[in-house]
Design a protein around this ligand. Structure first.
Ligand code: CU
Length: 185
């Protein structure tokens, strides 16, 4: 009886150990999977730089780049298909405080007075520098991001072909050149 008890104790210990080890292995192999967000939606990772530029880490299909900014390639245009799902991740890279250097990415409808939108948004600080007067002309926009902040948006590219402006509406940045085109064709 005594040795049987010992054996069963030993077995349950071995079983528990094996179960624990097995669990550990499963966790190790499963960990990288959630980081791969492969749902088929094209994702463009954009960096907002202190030079007031939208930039990317590397060239990619459908991305037009020209020159460098803070180690990144300046992004001048994005090509997209009508009705395509598109995901934009914006990161602000800066050493400056958010009040001095923040960025957003705002896509405007065709025919929008982009200068007017930028000007009107200067006084819309409490609304993330998106002028409420232009709310129905902003197709999609990220949050206004200070240094180290990031925001991701997913939206449907308009079905009407054309060249849509996207800008950073932080005061002075559009005038400073923080603008590009979403070319829908
Ligand atoms: Cu900006």
């Amino acid at each position: 009886m005594k040795s049987l008890l010992k054996l069963s104790l030993l077995l349950s210990f071995v079983f528990a150990f094996a179960a624990c080890g097995g669990g550990g292995e499963t966790t190790e192999t499963a960990t990288p999977e959630p980081e791969v967000m492969d749902d088929g939606v094209r994702t463009i990772e954009i960096f907002g730089t202190d030079d007031m530029r939208f930039a990317v880490a590397e060239a990619g299909e459908g991305l037009a780049t020209e020159g460098m900014s803070k180690g990144y390639m300046i992004l001048t245009a994005i090509e997209a298909a009508p009705g395509e799902e598109l995901r934009i991740t914006l990161n602000t890279e800066s050493m400056l405080p958010a009040t001095a250097m923040s960025h957003n990415w705002a896509l405007l409808a065709l025919g929008t007075d982009t200068d007017g939108f930028a000007r009107a948004s200067i006084t819309a600080r409490e609304n993330g520098y998106i002028s409420p007067d232009y709310a129905d002309q902003v197709i999609a926009h990220t949050a206004m991001l200070g240094a180290g902040q990031t925001d991701t948006i997913t939206f449907t590219v308009p079905s009407e072909p054309g060249e849509y402006d996207y800008i950073c509406s932080f005061p002075g940045h559009y005038a400073g050149g923080m603008v590009g085109k979403l070319i829908v064709q």
